[in-house]
Each structure stands twice: as C-alpha cells, then as structure tokens.
Design a protein around this ligand. Structure first.
Ligand SMILES: CSC[C@H]1O[C@H](OP(=O)(O)O)[C@H](O)[C@@H]1O
Ligand code: HPA
Length: 253
C-alpha cells in the first residue's frame, strides 16, 4: 500500500477521511505523529497511509525529525511504497514557486542525523546510485497526466541541515554541484526507505527561489515566510489532487 509523508503545509490530508489512526511504538522511539490510514470518497475501495513529518500540528524542526521511527512505523503498518512531499527552494532559476518537481538524484549535505538502520554488528551497504524508485516516479507522472497537473521530471535535491535557510554563497555552491532544488528533510528519509526495502519518491513543491536566486531582471529579495506560506497555499491543492488520483489508481486492496 502507498504511504505519503506530508511536510511543510501538509500536516493533514484535507478532503480525505481518516479510517484508522495508530501511534506506532518503534525500536527508535515515537514517529512524528500517528500513522493515519486515509480514504477518499471518489475511490471508496482504496486507502493509503499518511504521516505528518513535522508532527500535527507542525512542531518538529527538520534536523530533529525522527526519520528512522517514521520509516519503521510506515513499514510496520504495511506500506510498500512511500512518497515524501517536500517544500523546496529552487536553485535552478527556471523553476518558480508552485512548480512541482520529481527529482531523480540527491546530494546529502546534512550532518549528525541518525541516518541508518545498520548497527555495528549488522551493517548493510545498500545500492543508492538512483535514490528514487523509477517506477514510483512513473506512477506519479501518470497520475499527474490524468489529473491535468504539470510536473517536471528530473532534478537534483540538495538536503541541507537547516533549520536556517542557506546563504547565497552556499546556494551558489549547490548550483555548482549540480543541484536544482534545496530542502532540509530529503535525507536521511530516502536512504532509510531504501534500507527498509520500501519504494520511495519525492514530490517537491517549489515555495521560494533559494537564497540569491532570482529571475532575470527581478530585484534581489530576502526570503520571507509570508511568501513561502503563500506559495504553499497556492500550490498544495495540486498536491492534494495528485495524491487523491494516486490513491485511486493504486492496485485494489
Ligand atoms: C522555510 S520552509 C522549510 C521547511 O520546509 C521543508 O520541509 P518539508 O520537506 O518537510 O516540506 C524544508 O525541508 C524545511 O523543513
Ligand atoms: O530555500 C530553502 N532552503 C532549504 N529548504 C527549504 N525549504 C523550502 N525552501 C527552502
């Protein structure tokens, strides 16, 4: 069954009915919130799992998220594939707030996070050449087509430590590294999903041009939470619609 991890601006799936709710205890402690099983009136035979990455209400900073507990809890509930929803800044200046992007690569700049299920006595070196599951990306692309929603396929997600936003020089470095998107939660979530044997993809909603990135001729502006909140408000309805379609297009239970 599909699972969605909601991020900034997606702590609940409005329009969905909560069919079941479970606070899962894991060997790594408590996940960010209860795992919800949700259904949509348009697709009564289908359901999916939903977990709010930053808690409900939003209260857990990106560096403090218990990523291991979140992935463990979804796996234990029976999820086989996870779509992480991520608000991101655009490093690529051709991207704009409210654009949806499906990255196919990532670079991890985070540090000090509990980032593996491996232990000293049981180490697993997973292949992570392609961190996102191609077939799951195709499923999202197909759902976007049938919903009439535009998504850009491909991109490199830079996972930074946060919670502060980056300096303009840091973003220039990310651009030189080949990154096109920047966020603070994409890792270790993606790697843990791979270790747990779960398919994983990231659905990114651009909510701001990253520090120092601006459209040609536009004035240099600070990044404000008001602008980000507006982009979340404007863009999240497409994300919800896409999720409803994905739930409907899943294999029958
Ligand atoms: C200024 S918003 C930053 C916040 O939003 C993103 O979270 P998520 O990926 O969970 O949507 C970003 O990573 C930061 O945590
Ligand atoms: O500009 C950003 N940087 C890092 N994370 C983010 N999440 C949303 N916007 C940003």
């Amino acid at each position: 069954m599909l699972a969605f991890i909601g991020g900034t601006g997606l702590t609940r799936l409005e329009g969905f009915e909560i069919l079941n709710e479970k606070l899962v205890d894991t060997p790594y402690g408590q996940p960010s919130a209860a795992v919800l099983e949700v259904g949509h009136s348009e697709h009564p035979q289908r359901s999916a799992f939903f977990l709010a990455r930053h808690g409900h209400p939003h209260g857990i900073a990106p560096h403090a998220v218990n990523y291991r507990a979140n992935i463990w809890a979804l796996k234990e509930m029976g999820a086989t594939a996870v779509i992480g929803v991520n608000a991101v800044g655009s490093v690529d200046p051709s991207l704009h707030p409210t654009d949806l992007v499906l990255p196919d690569q990532l670079i991890d700049y985070t540090w000090g996070r509990a980032s593996t299920f491996s232990t000293d006595s049981a180490v697993e070196h997973i292949d992570f050449s392609w961190p996102y599951t191609a077939s799951l990306i195709e499923q999202i692309v197909s759902a976007a087509k049938s919903s009439g929603i535009q998504v850009r396929q491909g991109g490199v997600y830079a996972a930074t430590q946060g919670p502060r936003l980056e300096t303009a020089a840091e973003i220039r470095r990310l651009a030189n590294d080949g990154c096109t998107l920047v966020g603070m939660t994409g890792m270790p979530e993606a790697a843990l999903a791979r270790e747990a044997g779960l398919e994983y993809a990231s659905l990114c909603l651009v909510v701001n041009p990253a520090a120092g990135v601006k459209a040609e001729g536009a004035p240099d502006r600070e990044i404000t939470m008001a602008d980000i909140e507006q982009a979340v408000l404007d863009g999240m309805s497409n994300v919800r619609q896409l999720i409803a379609t994905l739930v409907g297009e899943q294999q029958q239970r």
